[in-house]
Design a protein around this ligand. Structure first.
Ligand code: BGC
Length: 390
């Protein structure tokens, strides 16, 4: 038996734009409807989580999970610059209350890749006012976070956001499919994160951090690969982990590894098993990410805020997660303070530019009727959560 720490969080994650549907005031909605955009299909109704969150949270709780990470949507809360929608805030507070009613710990993300379209029009994270705007948005959200919420993720994957910034085309959320990061955007995201954390200190006991895509860059054995990796990996990964020093926690979001040769990142090796996103099946990714986050951040507590695979074969999802959890358990034995494991994702959902084809969910959704069908992996993960052990 591999037993996990007493108060370990066992849960699943989603992000507003990927599950809610009709996020019409966001930059992504605009992009999805821009002719020529390299986006397979628009998000549309997504899986109507906006209206069906109660059923979804209920399914997670019924299976045995004890936490749920979701994001509140800036484009709904502040659909016009300076106008804060009380009705949208009330909606998200109802989601928090529903979690609490079901005995689920809510882990709330403030920004998961999308910004309001008005912010996009003034340059998004390149707008010199971005940190101020994000701080004001955090202040607007604060009243719904004052009770029952212990964990807030400020910014989701700022390292990927710095690569996506300003609406460049990206065909896959993995390093070799993304443009180069914009260092100015990286600085703006860091300033925004710090401003948000300052605002959040108003709530006693609330712990905040940002969540990083740990990309497990691995050198090939060609000459020059290790040097190339150092230069390539630092501004895409390590810098963000270093900045988490002194935060209450740092989120690790890990799926695969990326090989880096002397000329840069490479796609998955031809002989590797790959998932529906074309990524190498590599269940050690989360444990590697935990070690790296713990070291680079100078021992900030770590929460696995995303980990999973896109597959139509749910048995393979269980294999992957089982191997991942065993490796995570070893990091705990090594002395890392790991707060929890939140699987990506609760539901099959909108995988950004790749549309609905890559299925990451523990729960399948019929996109015509919106009927939910829990997969065996949900019951499996729930039973581990109940035992708090593998
Ligand atoms: C993101 C999610 C995304 C997942 C799988 C992470 O990069 O936070 O929004 O769906 O990985 O690509």
């Amino acid at each position: 038996m591999l037993t996990f720490p007493g108060d370990f969080l066992w849960g699943a994650s989603t992000a507003a734009h990927q599950v809610e549907g009709n996020n019409v005031n966001s930059n992504w909605w605009v992009m999805e409807h821009t002719p020529g955009a390299a986006i397979l299909e628009p998000s549309g109704d997504a899986v109507d989580h906006y209206h069906r969150y109660r059923e979804d949270i209920g399914l997670l709780a019924e299976a045995g999970l004890n936490s749920y990470r979701f994001s509140v949507e800036w484009a709904r809360i502040e659909p016009e610059r300076g106008f804060v929608s009380q009705a949208s805030l009330d909606h998200y507070r109802r989601m928090i209350d529903t979690c609490l009613e079901f005995g689920i710990e809510p882990v709330v993300t403030l920004m998961h890749f999308t910004v309001p379209r008005w912010m996009n029009e003034t340059g998004s994270w390149r707008d010199p006012e971005a940190p101020e705007l994000f701080a004001r948005y955090t202040e607007a959200v604060l009243p719904i976070l004052t009770s029952g919420v212990r964990y807030v993720c400020t910014i989701n994957e700022p390292n990927i956001a710095a690569m996506l910034a300003g609406g460049e085309q990206a065909d896959n959320l993995v390093a070799n499919g993304l443009p180069n990061p914009d260092p100015k955007v990286a600085e703006a995201l860091l300033a925004s994160h710090r401003r948000a954390r300052d605002v959040l200190t108003a709530v006693p006991g609330l712990r905040s951090g940002w969540t990083i895509a740990t990309q497990d860059f691995t050198p090939t054995d060609e000459p020059g690969a290790t040097e190339a990796l150092r230069e390539y990996g630092y501004p895409r990964d390590d810098w963000y982990l270093e900045q988490a020093a002194g935060d209450d926690f740092v989120g690790v979001q890990a799926y695969t590894r990326t090989f880096v040769g002397p000329d840069g990142p490479l796609p998955a090796p031809a002989d590797a098993e790959t998932t529906l996103t074309g990524w190498e099946y590599f269940p050690r990714a989360a444990a590697d990410g935990i070690h790296s986050a713990w070291e680079k951040s100078g021992h900030t507590p770590v929460m696995v805020t995303e980990n999973g695979i896109a597959t139509a074969d749910d048995a393979r999802r269980i294999d992957y997660t089982d191997a991942s959890l065993r490796a995570i358990h070893r990091t705990i034995e090594d002395g890392v303070d790991v707060l929890g494991y939140l699987h990506w994702s609760a539901l099959d959902n909108y995988e950004w530019a790749s549309g609905y084809r890559p299925t990451f969910g523990l729960i399948a959704v019929d996109r015509q009727t919106f009927a939910r069908t829990p997969k065996p992996s949900l019951a499996w993960l729930g039973s581990i959560a109940r035992r708090n052990a593998i």
